[in-house]
Design a protein around this ligand. Structure first.
Ligand SMILES: NC(=O)C[C@H](N)C(=O)O
Length: 343
């Protein structure tokens, strides 16, 4: 058979993705007095339109538009703002004309917001959270490339159904796993389980995918959540005082994440206080201050006997987010433990 010599139709050029950038502040929107100010500057100064205009190559990666949701440093995020942001992300991703969302965010609590969105936004479309360690006015500022990488990742069909992603320092990290481990340096973010991939010159390269429940496989849905319960973290060390645990409950905490030493261990002289709080209804969740590894059930403490929950591999601040989300549905400790294993 003779092959046609002329094409009758031009090959369809792939449609450019529509990506919405939701700006919340942080150092990526920070400004210092001088190019030498890499650490001394004001966060949350530059509006979203200027962030977009500062990286002209974004328009080659996607059709980009911005919305200013907040203009705050991320250490000032509250539960009310988390809920508001997640509802906006959910609403946008339901629109046919939105293919992905990028959230610019301060780095201090970025890992908490990323996990929260991973748990409660029921969409397979890419959600990418991004920040920077240096303000845009500094020498060797990292925000522009991080933002370009975020847009490239949000625009890529390969990013679908991989959970919330974080693009920092050329890497694509799982929002569930990633944590800020270093301050000052641009290599601040990492995960004990490793990055999922990398972005190089506007293209994503993938090496692994998350296995924990998220997105459309989650039992949580931000459209049904209007507020989050109070969860406190008490940091473990030698020579502890039980007062912070009881004070947290008096202040309204429904659950306490114990950021324990080692494998979430609890000082012998604290055990009665925590047992007593549990007996009166407060949830006790054992996490660990060490950062890596994971807390085993009934190791160090008899969790079955005391009706305590372990945080699996979630660090204390991430355990606090999952506990708050889980408590919107149940306060049954068996159910909570299942949730900590599955998400
Ligand atoms: N690098 C940063 O973004 C730090 C800043 N304090 C923030 O979280 O907003």
């Amino acid at each position: 058979r003779e092959m046609p010599t002329t094409a009758t139709t031009a090959p369809a050029s792939p449609r450019k993705a529509n990506v919405v950038i939701l700006a919340t502040g942080g150092t990526i929107a920070g400004a210092g007095a001088d190019a030498s100010n890499s650490a001394t500057y004001q966060a949350a100064k530059v509006p979203v339109d200027k962030l977009i205009a500062a990286v002209p190559s974004l328009s080659e990666l996607a059709n980009v538009r911005g919305e200013q949701v907040f203009q705050i440093a991320s250490e000032s995020f509250t539960n009310a703002q988390l809920v508001q942001l997640a509802k906006r992300v959910s609403a946008l991703l339901k629109q046919d004309d939105v293919d992905g969302v990028v959230i610019t965010h301060g780095t201090d609590t970025l890992e908490e917001t990323a996990l929260f969105l991973d748990l409660v936004v029921r969409s397979d479309k890419p959600i990418v959270v991004v920040g920077s360690m240096r303000p845009s006015t500094a020498l060797s500022a990292d925000g522009a490339l991080n933002l370009a990488d975020a847009v490239a990742t949000a625009a890529s069909p390969a990013s679908r159904a991989k959970g919330v992603l974080v693009t920092m320092n050329d890497e694509i990290q799982a929002g569930r796993d990633v944590t800020k481990r270093v301050n000052i340096k641009p290599s601040a973010f990492s995960s004990q389980w490793g990055p999922l991939g990398m972005v190089v010159e506007g293209k994503t390269y993938w090496f692994r995918a998350p296995v924990k429940r998220h997105g459309t496989a989650s039992e949580f849905d931000i459209d049904a959540i209007d507020a989050l319960p109070e969860v406190a973290i008490v940091y473990g060390s030698g020579n502890m005082n039980p007062a912070p645990y009881t004070a947290a409950v008096q202040a309204g905490a429904k659950a306490i994440v114990h950021a324990g030493t080692g494998n979430g261990s609890v000082a012998g002289y604290l055990v009665d206080t925590l047992k007593d709080l549990r007996a009166k209804g407060t949830l006790i969740i054992r996490s660990a201050r060490v950062g890596d590894g994971f807390v085993l059930r009934n190791a160090e403490q008899p969790d079955d006997q005391y009706d305590w929950v372990v945080a699996h591999d979630l660090n204390p601040q991430k355990a606090k987010i999952l506990a708050a989300v889980a408590l919107t549905k149940t306060s049954d400790t068996k159910e909570l433990q299942r949730i900590f294993w599955e998400y």
